[in-house]
Design a protein around this ligand. Sequence first.
Ligand code: MN
Length: 570
Amino acid sequence: MTVRETAQKNPKGLIGKAYSFAENAHRGQKRKNGEPYFNHVLLAAETLNQWRMDDETIAAGLLHDVVEDTTVTEEELKKAFGEDIAFLVAGVTKLSRIKYRGTEAKAENLRKMIMAISQDLRVVFIKLADRLHNMKTLSALPQPKQKRIALETSDIYAAIAYRLGMWELSGELQDLAFPYIHPAEYKWLNDHVADEYETRRKYLELIKPALGEALSKAGIKPLSMDFRAKRYYSLYQKLLRHEMDMSRVYDLVALRLIFKTIPECYAALGIINNLWRPLPGRIKDYIALPKPNNYRSLHTTVIGPDGRYVEIQMRTKEMHDENEFGIAAHWFYKSRHIMGFFRKKPPLGETLAAGLTWLRQLREWQEKREHDSISSEEFVESMKAEFFKDRIFAITPKGDVMDLPTESTPVDFAYNIHTEIGNNAIGSKINGKIMPLDTQLKSGDMVEILTQKNKRPSEDWLKFVKTSIARDHIRTALREKRKNMLEKRPASKIEMHLTLQNRLGLTKDISGIIARSHVHITSIQLSGQSSGNFSSCRIGCETTDKGKIEKVILKLKKLKEIKEISYKLV
Ligand code: MN
């Protein structure tokens, strides 16, 4: 049901109330393109509805511009809809004041944005739905504004959507921004690709019946068979990697098959690869091994009739939906509290660890920045370096995604799951194979950590770990290890008997040698009965490391005045 239908069916409900409130507040207002302003907020709310957000978020979506653009105040909104919705709207209002331009002023705004992000993810979702519609109507704005908003969309919002696993949205935002940021390249693509798109689409249309027949012979019926045209932005990126050679882009237009079950997807893969010869190395099983952002699908590229390459993608309806609205929205069902986690106490640990670590990092940087009074420029630099740089996503055997910096190792992975798993790690299996703990992980690796109770980390780990979480925990554990060694190991008590040739300062030399070997002297007794030049001496010592005693004895024997030496444990 659409938002409009919900509102009409139940005008007294939360969504119905928000609908009429927003409609009244924006009455008479027009967008730059001449449409009623209310259309904009309604379409943003419809998008949130498609992402299956909760009623509060959809209501806040309808209301997201009333404080900014009408006479309604935050107080009035609070009275009418309560604290939570007013909070969400205030968050979006704050975000809408942020302008990304690459200057010092931007950094301050970016900072505010980050805080807003950190407070409630739903604010971000509303902002993304708002931005999506704004991008669709961007042509109505004056040119300099278009470019700025397109840049902001590409650099900030598409990146955020990507991090949240909203793959489709991220791609769509990039695509909408592309013509404004790279007009010349866009024109080139249009001139060179538009015809090719059409040719390839027609070709797919042509081979579709044969495919449908082969599937139905095997008793499999897809829920749908659609075309997916590659987005201009990702096509452009791909062409840059392939010397702008269009013939090397096989998935310009792909055939997308949706099935009811996973076995049907695999069965279809077999049927297709049997019908047409598959291209080696192009069969991709993102169902068994999802992409970094949890994208799941089976891909194969086959050589169709007339020797033309065709990419065919198979997935279930559930996967298709998930690819559309992302990991974050998926979590929304699993653990609703994650949405508001920064407003309450952050539930650090298993729920937060998976994939959302970067949000926590943003917050930590923010605190650090305030604490160390780092300049805004520096802050943005480190933000860019950390937040936008390539990260890798490895998965646990249970399918949870770990978001890690590149070159991370199984040790980083282990500590990002849980401190104890890191501390107790003795080995790792990567994609089912036993691999050393310093192996550099790649995106898509499935990592299993082998543990042993009471195992402690090794000092060597510090040489290769990449995350500060791992480094900090290793250091802490090593400190504890040392402390425990000193405290817990029972000290051995030894008594040495030495026969000495008297010399001035000899006792000092002896005690010096012992002390330098980290053996603790508890007593020294020189016996009175000396015969001529000789005397005997009894030294009580303590050490936690028995191996050191032998060494001390060897060193003492080198003193020519020591004529005889023996020891016993006491
Ligand atoms: Mn808006």
